[in-house]
Design a protein around this ligand. Structure first.
Ligand SMILES: [Zn+2]
Length: 327
């Protein structure tokens, strides 16, 4: 039986902060306590996982329940094709490779923990955050079984994107895949992302593309999917970029995925449960055709690769937008 102190690696304890007032937290037994005398909020550690949640609203509760149920079903660690594809996309954009040691945060890590686990395999200290405690428990379990000794390079916490439980400027790489659209106060979440990234640090985001740029055949199924999974909105690249600029984060690359061609991939996967495995070559051919169209704004997902400025220079940022924004 490992004690709580052993379960939380010292470097991980160092990056944790109060999600409410951002002050340092001190560890005592199974509880982290905010050192700020006006706050003194306390957060439990459950199975070695800091649960750093502020007050949740109804939407957060719905999401937490939905994803708890979803992630509880995960039985084994598996890198399906779509996860491998995301790894390539995220790690390529953030230049995460085995030759660099970085600190990486994935917001919305989910129950597989694959982003964090694969980043640790490449030698990066990595942190996964999710609102679902069941998800984070699974992710931690998979990390331990997949990584062995190396699992002390990863840390998992339960928290909200709007109230990140981390100190300022402690990550050099950050990804958040399909999270902002779930978050009630997405502007606060964007400000939080900007706060925890180091100057010069890189950010990779994926969100659902605006309906205006989605082929109408997808509208109805996407609308029902939005309702079921708790999406609060879709995003237009221009708006998202402008919001991040106000926090000193500039966009370096805009890409789109999920073009019409993906419809065939989805249909084939539905028709044959093992299409991904049995016809892997064709699956990847479709994936590669889709990624060749990444500059075409008419895809289901929007991806932004961004960088935090060393200082907040809005003029510089605007020139970057004008230069890059050809949507
Ligand atoms: Zn506090």
């Amino acid at each position: 039986m490992t004690s709580t102190k052993e379960a939380i690696a010292p470097w991980f304890k160092e990056v944790l902060a109060c999600p409410i007032c951002k002050s340092d937290v001190e560890l005592s037994g199974n509880v982290l306590t905010c050192v700020n005398g006006d706050c003194r909020s306390q957060f439990p550690i459950v199975d070695g996982i800091p649960v750093m949640l502020p007050q949740l609203n109804r939407h957060h509760e719905y999401e937490k329940q939905y994803f708890d149920q979803e992630f509880m079903r995960y039985e084994k660690y598996a890198l399906e094709n779509w996860r491998i594809s995301y790894i390539k996309r995220i790690f390529g954009s953030l230049s995460i490779s085995s030759s660099v040691t970085d600190s990486y945060l994935d917001i919305g890590v989910g129950g597989s923990g694959y982003t964090v686990i694969e980043a640790v395999r490449r030698g990066n200290k990595s942190v996964g955050l999710d609102v679902s405690i069941e998800g984070v428990k699974k992710a931690q379990y998979f990390a331990r079984s997949e990584l062995g000794e190396k699992s002390n390079l990863c840390g998992f916490a339960v928290g909200l994107a709007e109230n990140l439980p981390f100190k300022n400027e402690c990550f050099s790489k950050l990804s958040s895949i399909a999270v902002l659209e779930h978050v009630p106060n997405d502007k606060q979440a964007m400000a939080e992302i900007a706060r925890v990234v180091k100057p010069g640090g890189e950010v990779f985001l994926t969100v659902p593309n605006t309906y205006q740029r989605i082929v109408p055949i997808f509208w109805l199924p996407y609308y029902f999917w939005d309702k079921k999974i708790g999406h609060l909105r879709h995003y237009k690249a221009e708006h998202l970029i402008a919001e991040f600029v106000s926090h000193g984060i500039i966009t370096e690359e805009i890409a789109y995925s999920g073009h019409m061609i993906k419809l065939f991939q989805t249909l084939l996967s539905r028709l044959s449960g093992n299409f991904e495995k049995n016809a892997a070559k064709m699956w990847w051919q479709i994936e590669s055709m889709d990624s060749k169209m990444s500059k075409l704004a008419y895809g289901l997902q929007l991806h932004l690769t961004m960088k935090k400025c060393w200082a907040n220079h809005p003029e510089q940022s605007e020139s970057v937008i004008n230069q890059k924004l050809r949507v």
